[in-house]
Design a protein around this ligand. Structure first.
Ligand code: F6R
Length: 365
């Protein structure tokens, strides 16, 4: 049921304050300042021994995995790798005995993710799933896992599943971190911050009209760059993928500072860059990357923090999001990025819910 929305994609974008609540419900242990999960099926001794995590997935789920890598290494100090499932299934990377595998998948049916998971399971690693569709093949075959509880995602382009995956990974990193180096006050700070996310995402959705206006200006360009650093690098990759798949515009995501090692050659008046540049540890560095693009006459759309006045003087268009901790930036910045690709695709007359050549779950190799 679409309700008042024109497309499922837009409806699902607007569901995110609720789906993020659902991804947290019953999982925050306020007393112990940690998270808890019902279905990991591993006891604390086993979990404590984990010395490496491999996250495997495809597409958008791989992007949330990349956020997961940063989170698990920062909060839990567990060496983490994120692997394309299609590569992992045929590679044979060395894995310590205590490597834990997480398959991340909205549908639970992606052929490559399933195959990669089976290969790891066969080798005897604890193999879990972060999955949306209850009772899907991957959910059934995993040793345990965490459901997203995001409800059915109908639009082919993944939106709410991405933010729910990130929210689950934050809680996983908190949980594994609290079993290791993360102190009670540090756990508390993380919990206090994530409680605010659904409202902050609701706030982000207020940019919809502005993003629609901006999209009119940019819908006829044929090449885009998406740039961000640290937690916003996966966000940039995801923003670029969203634009490609539903508007058929060529877009590339890069860590902003990599730009000068090649992609900057693409910058001209006809190649807009979307800079994901909220305030945080590395803000001044990203700003200097942004200025390099402006100096070459590249149009810039910036996703920045509320109250950032400086950016308005430099970027051509600015979409503001609430100022949040670095690790939460992929959640708030996802909203304008999703809306931008949605509105550009609508302007171009594309079928946003059912883009050409794509299927909702990729059950072939
Ligand atoms: C992008 C998209 C795809 C999927 C990928 C994995 O919007 O939807 O890239 O993310 O096919 O699908 P799942 O998560 O179902 O394994």
């Amino acid at each position: 049921d679409l309700g008042d929305f024109e497309h499922y994609m837009l409806k699902e974008i607007f569901e995110q304050p609720q789906t993020l609540e659902n991804a947290m419900r019953g999982r925050i242990d306020e007393d112990e300042a940690t998270a808890k999960f019902g279905g990991l099926n591993l006891d604390p001794q086993q979990l404590r021994k984990i010395d490496r995590v491999v996250l495997t997935a495809c597409g958008t789920s791989w992007h949330s995995g990349l956020v997961g890598e940063y989170l698990l290494e920062e909060f839990a100090r567990i060496p983490t790798e994120v692997e394309y499932a299609s590569e992992l299934r045929y590679r044979n990377p060395p894995m310590s005995e205590n490597t834990m595998i997480f398959a991340i998948t909205q549908s639970g049916e992606t052929a490559d993710t399933l195959a990669a998971m089976r290969e790891c399971k066969r080798k005897g690693h604890p193999t879990l799933a972060i999955c949306n569709v209850v009772g899907s093949t991957i959910a059934r075959e995993a040793d345990g896992g965490i459901y997203l509880h995001a409800g059915p995602e109908v639009g082919v382009a993944s939106t709410k599943a991405f933010t729910s995956q990130v929210m689950v990974l934050i809680q996983l990193a908190l949980f594994l971190g609290r079993m290791r180096h993360l102190s009670y006050p540090a756990g508390r700070r993380i919990i206090d911050a994530i409680h605010q996310v659904p409202d902050q995402v609701r706030k982000c959705l207020e940019c919809n009209d502005l993003v629609k206006e901006i999209s009119q200006k940019y819908c006829n360009f044929n090449n885009f760059l998406y740039l961000g650093r640290l937690y916003n690098f996966p966000g940039a990759l995801e923003g670029a993928l969203k634009l490609k798949e539903i508007s058929y515009i060529h877009a590339e995501g890069y860590p902003a500072a990599e730009m000068k090692h090649g992609p900057i050659a693409l910058v001209d008046e006809e190649t807009p860059s979307v800079f994901v540049v909220p305030r945080g540890q590395i803000y001044p560095k990203v700003m200097s990357n942004l200025e390099e693009v402006k100096a070459r006459k590249g149009p810039v759309i910036a996703i920045a923090c509320e109250g950032d006045r400086k950016i308005a003087d430099i970027a051509d268009d600015v979409i503001y999001v609430p100022d949040v901790d670095d690790f939460l930036q992929p959640l708030v910045t996802a909203i304008p990025l999703q809306l931008l690709s949605y509105h550009i695709a609508v302007q171009r007359g594309c079928n946003v819910d059912r883009p050409r050549n794509l299927a909702k779950s990729v059950t072939v190799e």
